[in-house]
Design a protein around this ligand. Structure first.
Ligand code: ASN
Ligand code: ZN
Length: 320
C-alpha cells in the first residue's frame, strides 16, 4: 500500500507541477451562459407519469407535435424575460433546465409547476381547450422562480401573493412577446383557453378582476380587486386563486399610472421585491411594503413612481 503511494508520488513529481495560474485567471467551473435556456419538452402521452417521453431538447428543430413546439417556444420567451430584463439565469438563477410535459393525463383541466418541472393538460375540450398559452406558461414557470426566491407559503395571503406574482410574470411574458405597452395589453391571464361551451374570455383579468368569465357551469369569476371584498374561505388553500385579484389589480394600476412597457420599471420593481422579501409568510401589506422599498431603491425616495405605487396600493385598500 505505502509502496504504491510512494510510486504514485514519484510519478507526480516527475510529471511536474501544473503551471502557476496568473492572478485573476484562476480556473473555475464554467458558468452556464445567461443567454441560453436548456429546454427539455416531454410528451406525457396522456398518462400521469412525469416527465414522460423526451420529444424536444435544446437546439432540436420542431417536433411536429404542436403542443410540444408551443411549450418549447414559450419556455424560451419566459426564459428571455427573466434573463434579459432581470438578469436571472433560469428558474433557479443557476441555469437549471426548463423541463416541461405536454399531454399530461387525459382530459386534464389544469397545468402546474410540481417543484421541479411544468406539466400541461390538454383540457377536456368542454371547460378548457388548452393550457399552452404564453401567460399560463409564464405563470407556471414563475412558480419555479418564486420557489427559488425564498418561496411564499401556498395558503391564505402568502399563497394569493404566490399566485399573483405568477400572474404578473405570466402576463409580462406575453406583453413583452407581443411588444404591447400597458394600454395596449388586455391584462388577461389564459386568454382563449376556456372551452367552446364556456362564456368567458380568459381565466383571470388583472385589469378587471371578477370579469374574466360568467358562466352557468363555472359561475361568476370570483376575484375581488379591493380588500373590502377579500374572500375568507377554506377552499383553494384559502382562496389563493381568488384573492390574488387584489395584488394583481394593484400591479395593473401601478402600470396604468406609469404607461409604457410594464415589464420594464414595474416588472423590475416586482422582481426586486421578490428577491429581497425574505418572508415566506408575507401578507399583502408586507408585500406592498417590499414593493415600495424596491421602488425607492430603483427610482429614489419621493419619485413619481413611488407616489403612483402608493396610490395603486391605496386604491385596492392597502395603506403603506
Ligand atoms: N394551474 C394552477 C396554478 O398554477 C395549479 C394549482 O392550483 N396550483 O396555480
Ligand atoms: Zn398558479
Amino acid at each position: 500500500q505505502t509502496e504504491r503511494l510512494r510510486d504514485e508520488r514519484a510519478e507526480l513529481m516527475e510529471a511536474g507541477l501544473p503551471p502557476a495560474q496568473p492572478l485573476g485567471t484562476t480556473a473555475v467551473a464554467p458558468v452556464q451562459d445567461l443567454c441560453c435556456p436548456d429546454r427539455r419538452i416531454h410528451d406525457g402521452q396522456h398518462k400521469a407519469a412525469l416527465p414522460g417521453k423526451l420529444v424536444r431538447s435544446e437546439g432540436d428543430g420542431p417536433t411536429g407535435i404542436p403542443d410540444a413546439d408551443t411549450a418549447y417556444e414559450a419556455a424560451g420567451q419566459v426564459f428571455s424575460l427573466f434573463a434579459e430584463e432581470y438578469g436571472r439565469n433560469s428558474l433557479d438563477g443557476q441555469g437549471m433546465p426548463l423541463v416541461a410535459t405536454v399531454h399530461h393525463r387525459r382530459d386534464y383541466n389544469n397545468s402546474f409547476w410540481n417543484g421541479t418541472q411544468m406539466a400541461y393538460g390538454t383540457g377536456d375540450g368542454k371547460i378548457f381547450r388548452t393550457f399552452l398559452e404564453l401567460s399560463v406558461i409564464g405563470h407556471e414557470m414563475a412558480h419555479g422562480v418564486i420557489q427559488h426566491s425564498g418561496g411564499l407559503i401556498y395558503e391564505n395571503q402568502s399563497g394569493a401573493l404566490n399566485e399573483s406574482i405568477a400572474d404578473v410574470f405570466g402576463s409580462l411574458s406575453l406583453q413583452r412577446a407581443l411588444g404591447q405597452e400597458v394600454h395596449q395589453a388586455d391584462w388577461l391571464v389564459g386568454r382563449g383557453i376556456l372551452g367552446p361551451g364556456i362564456n368567458g374570455a380568459a381565466l383571470r383579468s388583472m385589469k378587471a378582476p371578477g370579469t374574466a368569465y360568467s358562466d352557468d357551469l363555472l359561475g361568476q369569476d370570483p376575484q375581488p380587486w379591493h380588500m373590502d371584498h377579500f374572500v375568507t374561505t377554506t377552499d383553494d388553500n384559502g382562496g389563493v386563486h381568488i384573492n390574488s385579484g387584489i395584488p394583481n389589480h394593484a400591479f395593473y394600476l401601478f402600470c396604468a399610472y406609469l404607461g409604457g412597457r410594464a415589464w420594464e420599471l414595474p416588472g423590475r420593481v416586482w422582481y426586486r421585491a421578490l428577491q429581497t422579501l425574505n418572508n415566506p409568510m408575507a401578507s399583502f401589506a408586507d408585500w406592498a411594503d417590499q414593493t415600495m422599498d424596491a421602488a425607492i431603491e430603483l427610482t429614489g425616495r419621493g419619485s413619481y413612481e413611488t407616489i403612483m405605487l402608493r396610490r395603486a396600493w391605496k386604491l385596492v385598500g392597502i395603506a403603506i
